[in-house]
Design a protein around this ligand. Sequence first.
Ligand code: PMP
Ligand code: GLU
Length: 397
Amino acid sequence: MTQVSERIAGLAASETLVMSQKSNELKAQGFDVINLSVGEPDFNTPDYIKEAAKKAIDDNFSFYTPVPGYLSLRQAISKKLERENGLSYKPEQIACSNGAKQSVCNVVLSVVDPGDEVIIPAPCWVSYIEMVKLAEGKVVIVETGIEQDFKMTPSQLEIAITPKTKAIILCSPSNPTGSVYTKAELKTLADILSKHPRIVVIADEIYEHINYIGKHESIAQFENVKDQVVVINGVSKAYAMTGWRLGWMAAPQWIVSACNKLQGQYTSGASSIAQKAAEAAYYGDQQCVEDMRLAFMRRRDLIVKLASEIEGLKVNKPEGAFYLFPECSYYLGKSYNGKTMKTSADLAMFLLEKGHVACVGGLAFAAPNYIRFSYATSDENIIEAMKRVKETLAKLR
Ligand code: PMP
Ligand code: GLU
C-alpha cells in the first residue's frame, strides 16, 4: 500500500539529478561514463573561501544562525548588489537559504495561492514547474524555440498574462538554453510587467557571472518594476560551491518577511560555515570568477563546434551558463535493435547506455524535442563525449 501524499505522488523527480545518479551507478559498475547531465562547475572552491570556512570552524561558528542569515553576510550581499549590479537593497531585504533552489521555492510558496497562474517561459529549469505544482498553482508555459534563441517575445508575454497571473519566473543566463536577455529586451518585458503590479517577477540570476556577451543585466534595474522583482542568486555557480548550499534572494520587504516566516518553520537559517565562506567569497579577489568564466567560454566554443558537426542536431551558440541545448527531433522515431526513440528521454537513455555519455532529455525542461549537455567539464571530456554522441546517434535508423 502506498501512503505518500497526493502532493508528493504527483511530483516529478528532478531529472537532472536522476540522470546524474544513473551515470554514477554505471561508473560504479566500472563503465567509463562521461557525465554531461548535472550542471555544476567542475572546479574546486577557491582556496581563500576554503580558508574562511576553516577559520569559521575554529572560531566556533557552530550555533544556529539567524533565519535570514548572518547580518554580516547580508551586508556583504548588499554591497555586492551595489558594486556589481548597481542595485540598492538593505540587508533586511535580503534572505539567505540552503541554495538558490530553496530561495525560488520559498518565493513560490510564499506568493502563490491554489489556482494562481505562474508564467514560465520554456525551455525552463527542471524544478520551476514542480515548485509551482507544490504550491497548487497553475503553470502557464510560454514556448520558445531555437529559431528565436529561446527568448520570450514581448507579445508572447502579453498574451500569457491574465487576471489570474501571480508570478513569472525568468532565468537569464538560462538553464537549460544558455540564452541571455539583453538590457533592451529586459526593459521591454519590464515595461509590460510594470502595468501589472500584482505580478511577482522571480528573476533567477544564479548564472550571472557565466556570461559571454558582456555585463550581467538584471530586470531589477528598472525602477518601474523593481518593487515587483525578487532577485535570486547564490554562490553555487560563480564560486564553484554547489555542495556548500548557500543561496539568497533580494526582494521587497513583504516577500522577504513571508519567506523568513516559511523558512523559520521549515529549515531555519543556512549552515553557519557555508555563510562565513560565502561572505569571504564576496569580499575576496574576484579573479577566480573571471578565470572560470573564460574556461567555460572556451569550452562553449569547443562543444558548439563539435556538436554542429553531428548530423541531425540543430545547434545555436549559447551566450551564457554552461549548457548546450540542441534540437534533436531528427532522431525521434528512429530505432536501434528494435528499440524506438519515442522521446528525447529515450534518446538520453540510449546515449547513456550505448554511448556512455550522460545528458538530459528536453522533456524535463518542457522542451521535448531537445536534449541538454552540460559542458562544465574538461576539454578532453567534451571532445570524447561528442565523438561518442556522434557515433552512437549514427547507429539509429
Ligand atoms: N536555478 C537554476 C537555473 C539552476 O540551474 C540551479 C542549479 N541547479 C539553481 C537555481 C539552484 O542553485 P543552488 O545550488 O544555489 O540551489
Ligand atoms: N543546475 C543543475 C542542473 O540543472 C543542478 C541540478 C539540480 O539542482 O537540479 O543540472
